[in-house]
Each structure stands twice: as C-alpha cells, then as structure tokens.
Design a protein around this ligand. Structure first.
Ligand code: DGL
Length: 276
C-alpha cells in the first residue's frame, strides 16, 4: 500500500497543520498522512462521547491507510479521547499501533518557561473543562499555578478566515483580560489549541509586557523526535521519502485554499468518504 508505514497526523480541521509543519521540519524524512475532519469541525464544544467517537473514527481511518503511529495534533481530541483510545481500544484491537497526543509533551516542559511559577492556558471549552492541563502540569511541575480561559469564539473565527478582522480583536482582548485577571503574576501563556498560532500577531498586539506566548508545534515535534529515538520497535516500521499526503472529510478545494495559511505551503488534499 502506497500510504503504508506513514505517521498519521490528525486534527478536527486545519489547526493540526501548525503542529504538522513543525514535525516535518524536525523529522523531514518520514512518510506522513494528515487528516482533517473538517466536515465535523469544530470539536471544541462537543460532549466527550462525540469527540471520542469522531476521533476514534479518524484514528481508525488512518490505521486503515497503514499508519501504525498517529499523533492527535488537537488538544480537544487529546483531552477527551486519547486516554480511552490508548487504554480501551489499542490493547484489544490494535496492540501494535500507537496514538500520541499534544497535552503530555507540552505539560512536560511548559513549567520551564515561567519565572513567576504561574502559567495561563488558553484553549477550547472542551480542553479547559477537561482540566487536563492543570492535572498534567502538576505531575511535572507541582509548584506551578495554572489558570485557564476557554475561548469559544476563536476556532470559529479562524476556521472562517475572520481571525485578522477587528471582530477578532475584541475576542482576543476579552479572553486575554479574563485570563490575566485570574492571576496577574502570570508570565507565560500557553496557546493550548493548535488553531491559535494563526492569531499570534493579534495576541502579541494586546499582550502586556513581560508575558511570553508559547505555541506547541516545536514542543510536540521535539517530543516526537525523542519518542522515536526511544522506541526503535515503532521507528523501525516507518517508511521514508514519500511526499506528505493530505486528506479532509470536507471539501478538498476549500481545504486546499485555507490549509496553506496554516501550513505555509501549498497543499493538495483529497476528500475522503464521509465518516458518519
Ligand atoms: N485544533 C483543535 C485543538 O487544538 C481545536 C479544535 C476544535 O474546536 O475543533 O483543540
């Protein structure tokens, strides 16, 4: 199978492309397949069961293409579906497959970015309500305080190409203020949604001095690199030197025109059969 031995990269839509770009930069030789579930995005406000069902369907689709390793390049899916897939599905149905998320690798290092020992986290409602970041960060940096703010308007603004408008200014300022008010001493804000890097210019315009903004792409890429070095049994199965392939559950023409904003290169995708 031409796609076999690829690393699968999944997101609800376009956001995972910001992580995928960093992964390809760090690990350019492997074969990759990206899947965006654009037909059913955004996932951020969906209940646990729906995010789990959609994510599992997409992971199984990537497995069927020959991916034995899949990265959930989506915080919402990582928060709501990863653990169940790892603990309940893989051991029973796919013992030789692996699925990794973006929350743990981020939690492992994020405490190194704060001097005031206080971190702000911006994410979707699903990610924030899951409490995944405070729980995971406490395992690696027990002395660090974590405050969170959900930003339900940001993914829809980004998915609809409205993120550089004056309307977006209002929401970026509002969410930043609501976050910083909870802990004015915070000196580090994590963009815990893979869509948000597109808003970095807006965040920087309204960010008070002395607060660092952290995106996840490079963190996740470097963690994947270490994982492959530590797991030769997984790494040894991966193929090399086939150009990345892009698939969407939505309209491929729309995906191609929007995806280049996130991936910073032209993208030619193929629409897959509806997943539901
Ligand atoms: N990119 C996804 C994340 O990191 C966002 C998702 C969505 O609401 O679909 O959470």
């Amino acid at each position: 199978m031409e796609n076999s031995k690829s690393i699968g990269v999944f997101d609800s839509g376009y956001g995972g492309l910001t992580v995928f770009k960093s992964i390809i930069k760090e690990l350019p030789d492997y074969n990759y397949i990206y899947l965006g579930d654009n037909a059913r995005a955004p996932y951020g406000d969906h209940p646990f069961e729906i995010v789990y069902q959609y994510t599992l369907e997409c992971v199984e689709w990537l497995f069927a293409q020959g991916c034995s390793l899949v990265i959930l390049a989506c915080n919402t899916a990582s928060a709501k579906a990863l653990r169940s897939i790892q603990q309940k599905v893989l051991p029973v149905k796919y013992p030789n497959h692996r699925v990794l998320g973006v929350i743990r690798p981020t939690a492992e290092v994020i405490g190194n970015y704060t001097t005031s020992q206080t971190i702000g986290v911006l994410g979707t409602r699903g990610t924030v309500n899951s409490q995944s970041y405070p729980i995971e960060i406490a395992k690696f940096f027990p002395g660090v305080k974590v405050v969170q703010q959900s930003c339900p308007m940001l993914v829809p603004l980004i998915e609809n190409n409205e993120h550089l408008t004056l309307g977006a200014d209002h929401f970026v300022k509002k969410y930043l203020n609501e976050l910083i008010t909870q802990a004015p001493e915070l000196d580090c804000i994590l963009l815990a949604c893979t869509h948000y890097p597109l808003l970095i210019p807006k965040f920087l315009a309204f960010l008070p001095d002395g607060i660092q903004l952290i995106a996840q792409g490079e963190i996740v890429a470097s963690s994947l690199h270490k994982y492959l070095l530590n797991h030769p049994e997984i790494e040894g199965k991966l193929g090399r030197n086939v150009a990345p392939k892009f698939y969407t559950s939505g309209d491929a023409t729309v995906f191609n025109s929007r995806a280049s904003l996130f991936f910073e290169e032209d993208v030619a995708s193929v629409q897959i059969k509806a997943l539901d």
